[in-house]
Design a binder for this molecule. Structure first.
Ligand code: WTA
Length: 652
């Protein structure tokens, strides 16, 4: 087996390009120099509690003021504990009071091309009606409500309505199966599920209510099912259980004051997949999450009053919670919501939307960017994207070549890119450039946000040297941190708080470079150990993606008697040129980019990679395939099962 080397991870990727923001961007930016960032950051670290306390007083509405900023007790942590607030009040009532009643909150576009706009006043009214509807169905503070809906305005309305009365929402992404819904309903013991007859996806109806019906036969805690009419496909309504949303809301009052809620009142549960077994219900609470999403949105997106902000995520992910609903609305932003697929009716749908709605900030995922590159520049070039001023990415590391494409083709070399690193557990963005202040490097999430102290340690918990990879931890609590795993405190402690004492363990590897920039190197479990050298997946993948014929690549380790692990890579080529010649060319390319050490032993071409429903490559499954095993562990989050079958077939 391998030599007992250091537990640090070798850094083999060289990326030295530096992109400062343009003078035009800096001229308007709120935080507009590296010094301004440093001053803010230093103040946040010198007295972190005073820093958050002051912001909480200034930025949130309090029904009752808090006295303690942060405390740790036997029962967990508390932020602003004596205080009472309500996130729906902060997102709606407070905005109307600030004069934004007639400002557009949501611009919505359905996949078939239907449109709707809601001003803050209209959104407030819809949320109040929905909240009264929930009460009519017997929902009270503390009850859990599952939401399994298409991306229509009623989805954020349902979230905000729960928040308004202190019910805990659990949004389940509209691509999940009946099995996955039932598991989440049961774990949360949800009383109500909100759904729709269907949603539109690539021109077809996704029959959401039918899927819910199957789930409900295995969800004993659910008492009622509230149904939005969207696609008008035939569905069954079960008397005594199922209620049409329009019938319910027809009869309710438009007035529903927000309930004053204790700061640590649970706001939502969001299930995220574990690498094995059962999904984890990550729990977030009211006040700390409100403050952290509000501030991080303002800082990272350099939010300006007239921005048209589009986050292409789905409300079913944490990005949809923090940066489509709570963060932007708490800042009074105008948010674009789009229901459907990026390639319907054609591959230029996103750019068409940017042009028509004059989007200024676009926040999307590397998986989407790699798809756009594969689809070809002609789809982009058809459209006027000159309103864009800022771009963002989230969800995975972005390969430098994809970053450069995004910068040149979408941003016209004018828009800064914020590569935002964070997790469902962190509630909000933890590391990202502040776009007017921090020059960017392709592939680096650059610097921590105010109040956040990243620390990189080795297996023994000792800090690693600059330019060496290790486990990324956060060494001080922050308001947006998770408050637990629903119903499983032992797992919460074990997974995040016990391995490195006194710190939050993120589960990712990272390194810090000489300029104080952070580079995320992938999940701890994904490290490849070749002859005692520990390599990160993203570095090998980025070398492959930098070849003009490669669209996507995933690198994993497979057992090797001599080297410990050998490198196996799965490559999606841009054109159908996959074959021995390209295989040789790619191996040489990796040798040139990184060195002999990282040359893949095994290079397989595949039409598609297995991904989670949120677009992350599932390397865990590829590891099994590379080792010639059946893929094991939790596959409920896998987006397309045919990909696995295809990969296995290629193996034979
Ligand atoms: C990965 C998404 C590199 C990382 C908000 C993290 C990233 C996990 C980045 C959380 C990024 C997310 N660069 N890796 N900018 N953003 N990740 O819970 O491994 O869906 O731990 O939250 O995605 O995924 P989650």
């Amino acid at each position: 087996m391998t030599a007992e080397g250091s537990s640090q991870i070798d850094n083999v990727m060289q990326e030295s390009r530096l992109f400062p923001p343009t003078p035009e961007f800096v001229a308007k930016a709120k935080i507009n120099s590296a010094d301004a960032y440093q001053t803010l950051y230093d103040a946040s670290i010198q007295d972190t509690e005073a820093f958050w306390g002051k912001l909480a007083e200034e930025e949130l509405h309090w029904f009752r003021p808090f006295e303690t900023v942060y405390e740790k007790t036997e029962n967990g942590v508390g932020w602003f504990v004596e205080g009472q607030t309500n996130i729906s009040y902060n997102c709606l009532d407070a905005q109307i009071e600030a004069g934004r009643g007639d400002k557009v909150a949501f611009i919505w576009e359905g996949e078939p091309g239907d449109h709707r706009q809601l001003t803050y006043r209209e959104l407030h009214r819809e949320v109040c009606r929905m909240a009264n509807g929930l009460k009519k169905l017997g929902i009270e503070q503390g009850d859990r409500v599952s939401i399994y809906m298409p991306m229509t305005p009623e989805l954020p309305v349902a979230m905000l309505a729960c928040a308004r009365i202190g019910a805990i929402h659990s949004v389940i992404f509209g691509g999940f199966s009946a099995e996955a819904i039932a598991e989440r309903n049961n774990d949360a013991e949800a009383k109500l599920i909100i759904t729709a007859d269907g949603g539109w996806r690539r021109g077809k109806v996704l029959p959401l209510k039918n899927i819910v019906d199957q789930a409900l036969s295995k969800s004993p805690s659910i008492e009622s099912c509230l149904v939005l009419r969207r696609t008008e496909n035939d569905i069954q309504m079960q008397a005594g259980r199922d209620v049409w949303m329009h019938d319910l809301l027809d009869e309710v009052d438009e007035d529903c004051p927000a309930t004053p809620l204790d700061a640590e009142t649970p706001l939502f549960i969001l299930y995220t997949s574990g690498s094995t077994g059962k999904p984890k219900g990550i729990k977030h609470t009211t006040a700390g999450y409100s403050l952290y999403t509000k501030m991080s949105f303002k800082w990272v997106f350099d939010y300006q009053e007239d921005d048209i902000y589009w986050c292409t995520a789905d409300c079913g992910w944490i990005t949809g919670h923090s940066y489509m609903v709570y963060g932007p609305l708490a800042n009074g932003a105008t948010v674009l919501l789009y229901e459907g697929a990026p390639n319907h009716p054609a591959e230029d749908r996103f750019w068409d939307i940017v042009e028509r709605h004059k989007v200024t900030i676009l926040y999307t995922a590397p998986t989407a960017i790699r798809a756009f590159i594969k689809w070809g520049d002609e789809h982009v070039e058809k459209h006027d994207l000159s309103t864009l001023r800022l771009l963002g990415t989230v969800g995975e590391g972005i390969n430098p070549e994809a970053w450069i494409w995004y910068h040149e083709k979408i941003g016209a070399e004018r828009c800064p890119i914020v590569d935002t690193w964070w997790q469902t557990e962190t509630g909000g963005i933890m590391m990202s450039p502040l776009p007017g202040a921090i020059p960017t490097k392709p592939g680096s999430c650059t610097k921590p946000l105010p109040g956040i102290i990243p620390t990189i340690v080795d297996e023994e918990g000792n800090p690693v040297d600059t330019n060496h990879g290790g486990m990324l931890c956060i060494s001080k609590p922050w308001p947006g941190m998770l408050r637990g795993i629903w119903g499983d405190e032992a797992r919460h402690q074990e997974q995040y708080w016990s391995k490195v004492p006194g710190m939050y363990l993120t589960g990712d590897n990272a390194r810090l470079d000489n300029d104080g920039y952070y580079w995320i190197m992938g999940r701890i479990d994904d490290v490849i150990n070749v002859s005692g050298h520990r390599l990160s997946t993203i570095e090998v993948e980025s070398a492959l993606v930098s070849h003009p014929k490669v669209a996507e690549a995933a690198a994993v380790g497979r057992p090797d008697e001599i080297k410990g692990q050998a490198i196996a890579v799965f490559v999606t080529a841009k054109d159908a040129e996959a074959g021995d010649e390209l295989r040789q060319e790619l191996k040489l390319h990796v040798r040139k980019e990184i060195g002999a050490l990282a040359v893949p032993d095994d290079l397989r071409f595949t039409a598609a990679l297995p991904k989670t429903r949120s677009g992350k490559i599932m390397r865990r499954l590829l590891r099994d395939i590379a080792a010639g095993k059946e893929a094991t562990g939790d596959t409920t989050t896998l987006e397309d099962f045919s990909v696995l079958a295809q990969l296995r077939q290629d193996d034979e």
